[in-house]
Structures are given as C-alpha cells and as structure tokens.
Design a binder for this molecule. Sequence first.
Ligand SMILES: Nc1ncnc2c1ncn2[C@@H]1O[C@H](COP(=O)(O)OP(=O)(O)OP(=O)(O)O)[C@@H](O)[C@H]1O
Ligand SMILES: [Mg+2]
Length: 244
Amino acid sequence: MGKVTVITSGKGGTGKSTVTAGLGAALVRRGNRVLVIDCDAGMRGIDLMLGVSGELVFDIADIVGGNCPPSSAIYPCKTVPELYILPAPQNVRDEVSPFVMKKLVRILQKYYDHVIIDCPAGIGSGFESAAIAADRAVVVVNAEPLSMRGCEKVRQKLRQLRIPEIRLLINRFNERKFRKLNAFSDLDSVIDKAGIRLIGVIPEDHTAAACAQRGQPVEGRMKAVYALERVAARLDGVDVPLEL
Ligand SMILES: Nc1ncnc2c1ncn2[C@@H]1O[C@H](COP(=O)(O)OP(=O)(O)OP(=O)(O)O)[C@@H](O)[C@H]1O
Ligand SMILES: [Mg+2]
C-alpha cells in the first residue's frame, strides 16, 4: 500500500508543481514506483513538467465518469521509468469531489510505493479533494510573510481534515534575498511561524526550474536536485540530517 503525500501551499506560486515533479522523479531514483496525481483542475501543469502533455486523452474525470478504465488515464513518464502521471481535468467544472477522490486514491495507492498529489492553490473544494486521502501533507512555502500567512490557513485546514502528518518545505530559498527582505531573523523563525516540522529547504535554482518548465527531467548536478533527494529520502522514512 503506497503512502499518499499531498503537496499544498495556501498561497499560489510557491513551487508546489515543480516540487511535485522533482520529488516524484527523486523517489523513483530511490527505487520506488510512483504515481503523481494532478489535482489542479482547470490549471493542470504536471503533464507539461513531466513531458507527457502531447499525448493526453483521458484524465481523472474520465475515470470517475466511467469513460475509461484507470489504466487509460495514467500515463508513463517517458524520461523517468516507473513514474506515472494521472492528469487533472482541463475544466474546473469537472473537478472531482472529495468523497469520490478518496475512494479513487484508496484503490490506486495499492499499485504504487508512493502517490504524490499536486494540490491547487488556496483552500477551496479543490484543496479538499486533493488532501482528503493523504497520509501526510507537505506545505510548500517561500520564506516571505505572505507565503507564511497562506501556510497558517492551510495548516488549520489540514488539521481539520485530520491529516496524520504535516511537514514544512521551504522552497526557492535564496540567502541573499532572504537577508535583503529582512522579514525574519533566520530560518528558525520561519519554521516557528509555520508551526510545522521542517522536512527540507530547496534552494532557488533557475536551472532546475527551467528543466521542469521545459518538461525535461529534474536530475543531475543541480542544487535543487540534491535537496529534493534528501526530502525524498525522508519521505521514504530514512533519517537524513537536515541541512539549513
Ligand atoms: N526552487 C526553485 N527555484 C527557482 N524557481 C522555482 C523553484 N521552484 C519553483 N520555481 C518557479 O516558481 C514558479 C512557480 O512554480 P510552480 O508553478 O511549481 O508553483 P505552484 O505552487 O505549483 O503554482 P500554482 O499555485 O499556480 O499551482 C515557476 O516559475 C517555477 O519555475
Ligand atoms: Mg501548481
């Protein structure tokens, strides 16, 4: 039974989809079979980031609507073997309800070691559908006050949904910009503000971000890849020390 992790944020644009794609690939490199589910109905992006957008026919809504079996809507990533993608519907009106989503994820998780769910921004119905079946949530923040406000809201919601484990991931971290912003004295104060246990810090890495945007695998000698690999190890239950 695969472990289900939802990647959330509250505020948009913190890097959820980039992190989802990167973590999916990093978990595969650790020997896992991984399913990435895009739950951002109307604004899907994981298909682009994992290089399968040209071949999509079916999506989650087609499985739920009985238009196709699950296997027809799950696409193998060409560049990363053992990484699979279930795309979100193209229209927000086809968003799947939390109740149905939970049932679907419970079935799919039997066939993978990890299921990673990319959540839409905000805490609306799409958020609940994405998070409802999760064994754990990773809240992706940027070390900025507005992002931390979103984090607070999402943390409350995740607790209401009784998600068993909630972890904080600081993404796009740039020491120089962080000092210049001068909103927090150090990363410890960001973690205190979040009130969530840290799982990792991903540095700002324009090379890795560009690879993801172009649908190329986020792998090789990049700062963000090194950090993502450490987060993937922790998601796999391996106790690697944090590097701040
Ligand atoms: N570690 C990083 N270093 C540099 N740029 C990054 C990093 N992570 C993400 N980005 C960039 O930040 C922008 C937002 O990323 P992304 O689309 O993954 O965020 P999101 O949280 O999924 O957004 P949305 O809420 O709209 O779904 C993109 O331009 C992406 O390339
Ligand atoms: Mg996204």
